[in-house]
Design a binder for this molecule. Structure first.
Ligand code: A2H
Length: 252
């Protein structure tokens, strides 16, 4: 774990259509645009988003940012945001609605910068309520956790209560590394013989390797900064997303 504050990028994933279980939210937001906000440490990988994850047992709120926008995240994250200049009034939290993670599953959202403009919200076992926003955007090419969870969902769609079409988008190559090629996460899942998202010890190891390999040896193969090293592109992709109001800085 990092000792200093963790500098996340908050990705604004606008709701396109709510799941059946959350349709009533629309009547509670006063006409605001609503975004699921995902906290990521890998903004340069956003080209490869195929879906988004929430924890089924986690409680989320819909929080007003100003008169025009509202964010879906944990209460804890929203509270932190009020002290980071993200809400209109510092320190003041305005909750519009409460939703359970399991009910958000199936909601369709925009995935900024992704090759896939719209993706679905899916369940993940290992989402922590105590980290980031409680919303995790999924990049299966470069995150072993995301890749393995997507594979679990495809294998057991009924068990996870999802429509198989929500998990159908294929991983997109985003960056290339000398050791693992264009699909770092699937290569590591195979190499470490990971079978399911319950293999948390091996997944932690895979995550560590993927992060270092991508950061120190990766080259971008899509997007505006194609050909650039990941080390150089990381901040540039982040700045570009923030400049277009598709993301914001969030620390904790
Ligand atoms: B990362 P750290 Cl491509 N629960 O974003 C579980 N995981 C969470 C989370 C939560 N509440 N909030 C954020 N995360 C994930 C992209 C990514 C990430 C890639 C590769 C590795 C990676 C796409 N998912 O993370 O404990 C988010 O997933 C490995 C470093 O604060 C976030 O960045 O270090 C990362 O974990 C933050 O983890």
């Amino acid at each position: 774990e990092a000792l200093g504050p963790q500098e996340y990028t908050g990705i604004k994933m606008e709701v396109v259509s709510w799941s059946d279980a959350t349709k009533e939210i629309e009547s509670k937001v006063g006409g605001r645009k609503v975004y699921l906000v995902a906290a990521t440490l890998r903004p340069e990988t956003m080209y490869g988003q195929t879906n988004c994850f929430v924890g089924t047992a986690i409680k989320y709120g819909v929080f007003a940012i100003n008169d025009n926008e509202a964010f879906v995240c944990t209460y804890r994250a929203a509270r932190n945001m009020t002290y980071q200049g993200i809400m209109a009034v510092r320190g003041q939290l305005h909750q519009l609605a409460e939703i359970e993670g399991k009910d958000i599953v199936g909601t369709k959202i925009k995935a900024p910068f992704s090759v896939y403009p719209e993706v679905h919200v899916l369940p993940m076992d290992n989402v922590l309520a105590t980290k980031g926003t409680g919303v995790v955007t999924s990049v299966p090419s470069d995150s072993p956790d995301d890749y393995q969870t997507l594979m679990d969902l495809r294998k057991k769609a009924e068990y996870y209560k999802i429509d198989p079409s929500w998990a159908a988008l294929e991983p997109i190559p985003v960056l290339s590394t000398p050791t693992y090629g264009e699909m770092t996460a699937p290569a590591l899942v195979k190499q470490l013989k990971i079978q399911s998202q319950k293999d948390t010890k091996q997944l932690a190891e895979a995550k560590e390797i993927a992060y270092k390999e991508g950061f120190y040896n990766g080259t971008m193969i899509v997007g505006e900064f194609k050909g650039m090293s990941v080390q150089d592109a990381k901040q540039k992709v982040r700045d570009s997303m923030i400049a277009q109001d598709l993301a914001f800085a969030y620390a904790e």
